[in-house]
Write a protein that binds this ligand. Structure first.
Ligand code: PRP
Ligand code: URA
Length: 211
């Protein structure tokens, strides 16, 4: 299956703190950044690089360079928190935003922002979103990215549910998924169990609602 659960002691330790209900929004954001860096490192292991040479102070050295246009595609809102750490690894990546929110009752993704089709498609699209739950948002995102004409698509998520992996792969089996863990299942409200709660609310400190 096209799913990579990245096994690493740092990921296990940071993920434990990410799940912790006592972790503050500030701490949560910092951990999302660390985990995004670690998972993105693994997710980019098979990037194609092209031979080049570089002039050092003492001569010429052979080297490698990235030539693909790489697009980071965060699903708003929560995916935004994963962009900066991955841009640190791939500074020339392009960032193309997609806006979806899940309807609380139907759990279906509702699109509110998509400008992908105004440009030439990138060579590789990397969807970033902390949560792959029912898979509705990711599947809608990949549908838009494929319609744009992107030939290779990967997805990086902090946590995935078996239901979300199955849904995304039943629509798009070629999409490689990279995650820190696959949890047990979804609850009846579509939340990942045991999960980490609502990622967007924890990142943006918007947990409080009117009573
Ligand atoms: C969350 C999450 C994903 C989506 C996953 O976003 O960040 O985008 O739910 O659920 P799914 O796999 O069932 O589609 P949410 O809709 O809560 O929006 P937000 O990021 O604005 O909080
Ligand atoms: N979205 C979240 O933020 N958390 C979940 O557990 C499921 C969807």
């Amino acid at each position: 299956m096209n799913v990579n659960v990245i096994e690493h002691p740092l990921i296990e330790a940071h993920l434990t703190r990410l799940r912790d209900a006592a972790t503050s929004p500030r701490g949560f954001r910092a951990i999302v950044q660390r985990l995004s860096t670690l998972v993105a490192y693994e997710a980019t292991k098979d990037l194609e690089v092209f031979p080049t040479s570089v002039t050092t102070p003492l001569g010429t050295a052979p080297g490698k360079e990235l030539r693909w246009r790489i697009g980071l595609i965060p699903i708003l809102r929560a995916g935004l928190a994963m962009v900066d750490p991955i841009l640190n690894l791939i500074p020339d990546a392009e960032v193309w935003h997609l806006g979806f929110y899940r309807d609380e009752n139907t759990l279906q993704p509702v699109e509110y922002y998509d400008k992908l089709h105004e440009a030439e498609p990138v060579d590789l699209g990397i969807v970033v979103d902390p949560m792959l739950a029912t898979g509705g948002s990711a599947t809608a995102a990949v549908a838009s990215i494929k319609k744009w004409g992107v030939p290779r698509v990967k997805m990086i998520a902090m946590l995935a549910a078996p239901e979300g992996i199955a849904a995304l792969h039943s629509a798009f089996p070629d999409v490689q998924i990279y995650t820190c863990a696959i949890d047990e299942r979804l609850n009846d409200k579509g939340y990942i169990l045991p999960g980490l709660g609502d990622a967007g609310d924890r990142i943006f400190n918007t947990v409080r609602k009117r009573g």
